[in-house]
Design a protein around this ligand. Structure first.
Ligand code: GAP
Length: 504
């Protein structure tokens, strides 16, 4: 297997080559932070969405789904706190004209025998401290400073004192003197609604889907289908003008979220409910094939919680570029409903039959990005292996071990030979029957081994081959499994039963 840098390169190349992900507007040079999903990528993404929607909404009695508009009334974002507070700290390099997120630029003093000799900086990565240490050693050598270098103490630039800013080298040029002090940069994309382009027509592309659920809370309550505790779920696009979109589709400017707001009585045990959703999300990730060994939890320290949160725990995933946030589970208290009541002048309470009083529910929110799950599934599933070919020689295969639940193609149907009409006719018949329910691929071109490899690379869990025995003897097909590469004979009823069980 390639090392982590080369692994990401190999994954990006596979995504392009096989039609999972393309850079957006590529013929015009691309647009940083925007991506297109090709034929296989669109299938994979749809499967992730469908699994989530089925498990989160359809298979439960306490959660309903909605779809709200991307451009909402601008007051929504004042009430939610996004206009004032949805900012990232931005640092400019005046020389290179590059921009950085201040909390991703790390620096340290270079201290020799207790004296401060200068500063070094490095961009955040999984080896930030090691990078800073190497730079401090190089700094000491270059300046021919004698004495004992002390270990670096990494800080990010939001922690830099005003006097230090001029002394910290720019990550772009390696020289001090060009970085600006951090300033708040609002990440919402602005637009104008209607023909006038002035202050009164400003609107925003939503930076999260969550506010749709809060703003429609009363409407959903009034449909009469729900009572506490209950959830409202939504899948949809969100937009953030990220300062440094990076790591392929991990942090982009247009992405898709799957969020659910679970409304509970204010006297309910919110911590227990939060734990329950944390457990649910981990089990769901396992159900779509993400290995538990690459998953960990990160509890946000109290002093760094988002403005709306009482407790947030992130489910982290070990990507090739480091352990990063996949899914955030936040306890949002009654913050959002109270804010919308205040800004709209419309109470957002419900009548509690037990206490015969009006209450404002509290909220537990599991919020995840479809694109991040997509990337996690591809990173976890990608492998390059040495395997024997038909003649027993060793050859390389690239395989994507995607769960059958989300694999873009569930079965490939392969007639052994394409110039034998009876094989082709039986294969085409099976293909048509399977296609009514599943995403299936028909392939009659090339040696059977090569056809298997093509399917391995796109994550197809099973290949079914129609050969002479199928026609002349027993009606059975050869079922070849992607992961074990084992083959067995199977009839059509068994094939459909297996798919019914594994693809749900
Ligand atoms: N409503 C709460 C909320 O939006 P968040 O942690 O900002 O919380 C939730 O976002 C999830 O959305 C993240 O855990 C991540 O999976 C996904 N996400 C956030 N920003 C993203 C970006 N720029 N690109 C891709 N996915 C993103």
């Amino acid at each position: 297997m390639p090392d982590s840098d080369n692994l990401m390169e190999a994954i990006v190349a596979l995504c392009k080559r096989r039609g999972f992900v393309f850079p957006s507007s590529e013929i015009y040079g691309g647009q940083n932070g925007f991506f297109d999903y090709g034929p296989l990528g669109a299938e994979l993404k749809k499967n992730i969405r469908d699994c989530w929607w089925n498990d989160m909404v359809r298979r439960r009695d306490d959660i309903v789904g909605i779809e709200t508009s991307i451009i909402m009334h601008p007051k929504v974002w004042e009430a939610s706190g996004h206009v004032a507070g949805f900012t990232d700290p931005l640092v400019d390099c005046r020389v290179s004209k590059q921009r950085f997120r201040a909390d991703q630029v790390f620096f340290s003093k270079v201290v020799v025998d207790g004296r401060i000799e200068g500063y070094v900086s490095a961009l955040e990565s999984d080896r930030t401290a090691a990078d800073l240490q190497e730079r401090a050693e190089a700094f000491k050598r270059k300046k021919a400073i004698q004495g004992k270098l002390e270990p670096v103490q990494p800080h990010d630039m939001t922690e830099a004192a005003a006097a230090e800013i001029e002394l910290i080298p720019s990550p772009a040029t390696g020289e001090p003197g060009s970085l600006t002090p951090p300033r708040a940069f609002n990440m919402m994309f602005e637009t104008h609604v209607g023909a006038l382009r002035d202050e009164s027509s400003v609107a925003y592309l939503r930076p999260e889907t969550a506010q749709g659920m809060f703003v429609d809370f009363k409407n959903v309550m009034d449909t009469g289908r729900v009572k506490l505790p209950f959830g409202i779920a939504q899948i949809g696009r969100s937009f953030r003008n990220e300062i440094t979109p990076r790591n392929f589709i991990f942090r982009s400017r247009e992405f898709e979220q799957m969020e659910m707001e679970y409304f509970i009585h204010p006297d309910a045990d919110w911590l227990a409910c939060h734990e329950e959703w944390l457990r649910w999300c981990q089990e769901w990730l396992a159900s779509i094939g993400l290995p538990g060994s690459r998953i960990s939890l990160f509890e946000h320290p109290k002093e760094k919680l988002a403005f709306y949160s009482r407790r947030t725990v992130d489910i982290m995933f070990e990507y090739p570029f480091g352990v990063q946030e996949l899914w955030g589970i936040a306890a949002r208290s009654d913050y959002d409903l109270k804010q919308h009541a205040k800004f709209s002048g419309r109470p957002q309470e419900i009548f509690d039959e037990t206490t015969k009083s009006k209450v404002v529910p509290h909220v537990i929110e599991p919020a995840v990005g479809v694109d991040r799950i997509f990337l996690a599934a591809i990173c976890a599933g990608y492998a390059e292996e040495d395997v024997p070919d038909d003649k027993g020689n060793v050859e390389k295969r690239t395989v994507l071990r995607l769960s059958p639940r989300i694999a873009p193609v569930k079965v490939a149907v392969l007639p052994l030979l394409k110039n034998k009409p009876e094989l082709v006719a039986r294969a085409a018949e099976l293909y048509r029957r399977l296609k009514r329910k599943y995403a299936v691929f028909y392939d009659e071109g090339g040696a059977i081994g090569r056809r298997y490899r093509r399917q391995d690379e796109i994550g197809t869990p099973w290949c079914v081959t129609i050969d002479f025995d199928t026609i002349e003897k027993d009606g059975l097909f050869t079922l070849r499994e992607r992961d074990s590469m084992q083959q067995r004979r199977i009839n059509e009823t068994e094939l459909f039963a297996m798919l019914e069980e594994k693809v749900f």
